[in-house]
Design a protein around this ligand. Structure first.
Ligand SMILES: Nc1ncnc2c1ncn2[C@@H]1O[C@H](COP(=O)(O)OP(=O)(O)O)[C@@H](O)[C@H]1O
Ligand SMILES: C=C(OP(=O)(O)O)C(=O)O
Length: 548
């Protein structure tokens, strides 16, 4: 069996590394008499359908049978309050602050005690969709949160007979099953935004005071990515697709970007059917460092609804929806109002059938890493041809946040922020991702690009341009020219978006942006002296600054 769910009684000793205070406290709650186990999708759907806070639309769920749902299943909507995105700063990791750990442990014990008389639902699912990586996860939600429980079972893989069989014959990992205890209704004056507490290497979490589905999805992935990382994989917050060209050539591209920056848009694009495109996933996967193959972690997509108005065919694949409006059509049918009219970050758990060309594993090693940045000093596509510099740009991925995330006071969606590898979910030292990506990028077959999906010198780069530059790389027609005198950097000329290296204001801006990245590394190292990023990385950026 892949992860550890049960023990020989002789293993139940203090010396067992899985038996920590936090994990034991959380797991114990799962066996309370107040817990009702939800074991199949129909039951989860019925619970969500009948939940008081849910709007039942008249939109049918396509492929209901394959999803384990009743034939007449309808798209369900549930909106939260003013918080419409993830709140990264609510994350706490056990072991990072001993004093706060004591407070959090006490809070968790009180929450579980107070909730012992409250009706709860628990469910089990799989994360990872291949026999080489499929691990078990358990989650618990209190009554009133049935739609999140149903969405979680849709998003991850429910225990269908097919996957139970895969799990039974899957690779074993010396890691515990994932346990996540939630209470979205919890409130605490010291944690007004809620709190998400993780003990990463024990695969346990407690998510309190937050209702946005992204918290439960990304909370589960946080632990699964960490498990993958500890077992020889590179953890990727990104999308990956495979192109088959008319001449028989093939190309595997991966896109790494912060929430809302374009992973799904670039991954799902069918490029006007110019190529045969297969999709691994648009948000989460693992790359095996031994052979470069990749495994998807989730069957479904949790995508933005902003680009999909009521008559868009993509709505055919919606199953649950959050952060949207609802109205009546001429036939009196309850339908969706999307395009972020009601509020930002409209989201749907969309079934895997939205990509008929969906696969769960790419055996072929990747050919390219695209760091999605929204740094307006960079043209639409820059090529990086050195592994140290390529991993350094991943480490200092500079971008902008969107409504998918709750912003800090003083921060706006115009603020350029650095989010290493576009992954705010890392629960292990950053240098380990630097090393993993550097290893991957040092293979001759793996190229690295920076793709800017934001603005270049004040001018918006439309998605058609971003897709166009990718197509010219895929087709081998892209002709890169040196990015000024910068070592190891070149760019693809695109009409209307070409840099002017004679313009002193422009070169000054590039220098400033490289300095921003270098400062980030210096500050990071000052704050993390025991796990610093290597000097080679700082030097790689300095070389660019010196060239301008
Ligand atoms: N150049 C661009 N490339 C990709 N997406 C873009 C671009 N310009 C604007 N967009 C819009 O930005 C949004 C990106 O959202 P999405 O692809 O869902 O992000 P993610 O998957 O990273 O969360 C979409 O609404 C898309 O239309
Ligand atoms: C769902 C989320 O991520 P993404 O926008 O990357 O899909 C999220 O972070 O809340």
């Amino acid at each position: 069996m892949a992860t550890i769910e049960s023990f020989n009684r002789s293993e139940l000793k203090k010396s067992n590394p899985l038996l920590t205070k936090f994990r034991t406290t959380v797991e114990t709650a799962f066996y309370g008499k107040n817990m009702q186990e939800v074991t199949d999708m129909t039951e989860a759907y019925q619970l969500a359908l009948n939940a008081a806070g849910v709007v039942v639309t008249d939109l049918p769920v396509l492929h209901a049978k394959e999803l384990g749902l009743p034939e007449d299943a309808k798209v369900l909507v549930e909106n939260g309050g003013r918080i419409i995105g993830r709140t990264a700063r609510a994350k706490r990791i056990i072991g990072e602050n001993k004093e706060e750990d004591e407070i959090l442990q006490a809070i968790i014990m009180d929450v579980i005690y107070q909730n012992r008389l409250r009706h709860y639902y628990k469910a089990t699912g799989y994360v990872g969709l291949d026999k080489d990586f499929i691990i078990k996860a358990h989650i618990a939600f209190p009554e009133g949160n049935e739609n999140n429980l149903y969405s979680w079972l849709l998003n991850f893989q429910w225990e269908s007979p097919e996957y139970r069989e895969m799990y039974a014959h899957s690779k074993a990992y010396n890691e515990g099953d994932i346990y996540i205890y939630t209470d979205p209704d919890w409130r605490h004056p010291d944690y007004p935004l809620g709190v998400a507490i993780f003990e990463p290497d024990k695969n346990v979490a407690c998510i309190l005071g937050m209702q946005y589905f992204g918290e439960f999805k990304k909370g589960t992935l946080t632990l699964a990515w960490g498990t993958g990382h500890r077992n020889g994989y590179v953890a990727c917050h990104g999308g990956q697709k495979h192109f088959r060209l008319p001449n028989g050539g093939s190309y595997v591209a991966s896109f790494f970007g912060l929430s809302g920056s374009g992973k799904s848009t670039l991954t799902h694009s069918k490029h006007d059917n110019k190529y045969e495109v297969k999709v691994l996933h648009d948000d989460a996967f693992l790359i095996d460092l031994t052979d470069g193959s990749s495994i998807a972690l989730e069957p479904s997509y949790f995508d933005k609804t902003q680009d999909y108005p009521a008559d868009h065919p993509e709505q055919n694949y919606f199953v649950t929806v959050q952060n949207v409006g609802v109205t009546k059509d001429h036939e009196g049918k309850i339908v969706l109002v999307t395009e972020d009219i009601r509020n930002g970050n409209g989201r749907t758990v969309k079934s895997r059938y939205s990509t008929p060309n969906r696969v769960d594993k790419f055996e072929e090693p990747i050919n390219a890493v695209y760091w999605i940045m929204k740094d307006d000093a960079l043209p639409p596509l820059v090529k990086v041809d050195d592994a140290v510099l390529a991993a350094t740009f991943g480490t200092t991925l500079a971008t902008k946040r969107t409504t998918a995330e709750t912003l800090k006071k003083g921060e706006s969606t115009d603020t350029l922020v650095i989010e290493p590898f576009a992954n705010p979910f890392r629960v292990y030292p950053l240098v380990e991702d630097y090393d993993g990506f550097k290893e991957l990028l040092s293979h001759d077959e793996v190229d690295c690009y920076i793709i800017n999906t934001g603005f270049f010198m004040g001018k918006k780069i439309p998605k058609e341009v971003s897709l166009g530059v990718i197509e010219s790389v895929v087709e081998g027609t892209a002709s890169f020219v040196p990015f000024g005198a910068a070592p190891h950097l070149s760019y693809l000329p695109v009409e209307g978006f070409n840099p002017d290296f004679e313009d002193k204001d422009y070169t000054k801006l590039v220098r400033r942006r490289m300095q921003l990245r270098e400062d980030f590394l210096e500050e990071f190292n000052a704050a993390h002296p025991s796990m610093p990023l290597p000097d080679e990385s700082i030097q790689a950026l300095q070389n660019i600054i010196d060239a301008f």
